[in-house]
Design a protein around this ligand. Sequence first.
Ligand code: URA
Ligand code: CA
Length: 433
Amino acid sequence: MRMVDLIEKKRDGHQLSKEEITYIVTNYTNDNIPDYQISALLMAIFYQDMTDEEITDLTLAIAHSGDVIDLSSLDGIKVDKHSTGGVGDTTTLILAPLVASVGATVAKMSGRGLGYTGGTLDKLEAIPGFRIELSDEEFIRTVNESKVAVIGQSGNLAPADKKLYALRDVTATVNSIPLIASSIMSKKIAAGADAIVLDVTTGDGAFMKNIEDARRLAKTMTRIGKLAGRQTVAVISDMSEPLGEAIGNSLEVVEAIETLQGNGPEDLVEMCYALGSQMVVLAEKAASIEEAREMLKEALESGRALAKFKEMIQNQGGDSTIVDEPARLLTARYIYELPAKTTGVVTKIVANELGIAAMMLGAGRKTKEDSIDHAVGLRLNKKIGDKVETGESLLTIYSNEEDISPVIDLLYKNIEIGDTAEQPILIHDIITE
Ligand code: URA
Ligand code: CA
């Protein structure tokens, strides 16, 4: 096989065979195909798209480019959850203990944030002592005893995706449905889950800017899941404004604790019930979504979910007393309010731009090598549809630098006040195969 012929085939809109796709992924992983040829292929895929069969073959080839985790020594149906990317998306911190507290098995591998999107591992590391690396034995024992552990993905999980993602990032080929679908599903399949709940975000803060594209991505991923023998459900959710109130690592841990205490922001709580009930049904702990939702509500209101979060922190070496004293996590040196310049109703809060503002404060990374500052970030005091008066605080800024004028300029540009606005619809659709 010659790589140049395969590029030509895709360039001209033909379907690549399983053998051809496996050849490409295997040889690229082993450094036998140069980046420039893969770049050309990625651009051809971007324009010509792929059939479901090609996307499935690509997903499985990427999944098998490294370790495929065997979770069969864990009891029960292992259920995983993945978001296609958001701002202030605190759901995993809440869902892992919440869903485990009603008996589902959550053996989760999470990632770090890049650019304006946050990562669960960074948030967990805001908890003093929390270890995101457990040995295989520790991981299995912890999940069997406690039903829950959230760890970093192993170094050799889907190595082809690491190379492809880095190349896509610099060749303007990130935003392609076949490439996003195969990237996400390959990692989920390699991480060993039996069932997968996908949160496919849409809006300014997401890869998919409109609902039609989000629906296509969701359908593509649920079909791949089914073909790979993993039950998969996708929830299409809105990410035009940030989810919940907090954006930033320690701030989101505090938000997770408050939510598990029953005092969470309405949209974040609803998102957790929507995703969590799908997880509980896939894990066969409830017969219907309604029943699952009742179970989750009970676990939250009784404090069982919060106790599970404490247990999870303890199991992974963290200081669980922060659950009782979350204010200890808020160590930023400067706290500023952002006053509204006019009276009216908040009509727009652009999620990705607020994510960038949090990153500028130090909450996120511009490049993979950057270190992050757990203490900094934003807390929204107003959301779309809220009334506001001149001088009232739109949001609170937590910073370790005194001069944050570029951040303030960016925030004012991306929060609009007008006459009327409806609260955005949070869940647009639920896709099951
Ligand atoms: N998240 C991923 O893991 N891969 C993509 O391509 C996009 C989002
Ligand atoms: Ca949040």
